[in-house]
Design a protein around this ligand. Sequence first.
Ligand code: URA
Length: 237
Amino acid sequence: MRLQKYIAQCGVASRRHAEELIRMGKVRVNGRTVTEMGVLVSPKDKVEINGKIIRQEKRMVYIMLNKPSGYVTTVSDPEGRKTVLDLIKGVEERIYPVGRLDYDTTGLLLLTNDGDFAHACTHPGKEITKTYMAEVSGMPSNDTLHALRSGVILDGVRTAPAQVDVVEIKDKSTILKIVIHEGKNRQVKRMCEAVGHPVLKLKRTAVGKLGLSGLKLGQWRYLTPKEVKLIKGGRND
Ligand code: URA
């Protein structure tokens, strides 16, 4: 197997990131620093990144969780708060969350130990959409909806066009369906804040073509091979 694929299957980096690590001279195979691409390795070889031996995961794991509010999306929290991994029992592989949902955001979160899969989900160029239901304060005007759709300036950069639909108008708030394919930090909340309609509640309902399909809050399940392929864009080598 090519070295960069092996590194991705160890769950430490995507293939692309693995190539960078190789180029930077951070990878050693059987004690020799490798900087050229395409070197072939097998599980018998000793592969080190920054001096640390990496091992292939026993199996690639892909999980969908319906994240409740009150959990941080990290593997461990220095402040001792509950993490999304506390909700996933009985999985031995070293899985980690793909992207991030805020502490108070609920909904679809993927976890994996496959660096390539994580990269496919989070890389903006791959255009995997993320669908959110955002309950925002007040009722956005047509002009405001147009502004959200065409892009809002965050940190001096305009967000990519988004799909924004009004789902429900309540007394003092509005539920918007917002589809984006970027993953800037707190993007949905900051977009809505920027147009004067702060988010009161946020739920992610889909990533690409994957929906929550009946998973209750706090429940999780493994993805099917077909679902994994949908995210990886059919690439399965
Ligand atoms: N955008 C946000 O603002 N928060 C999330 O948790 C996800 C997307």
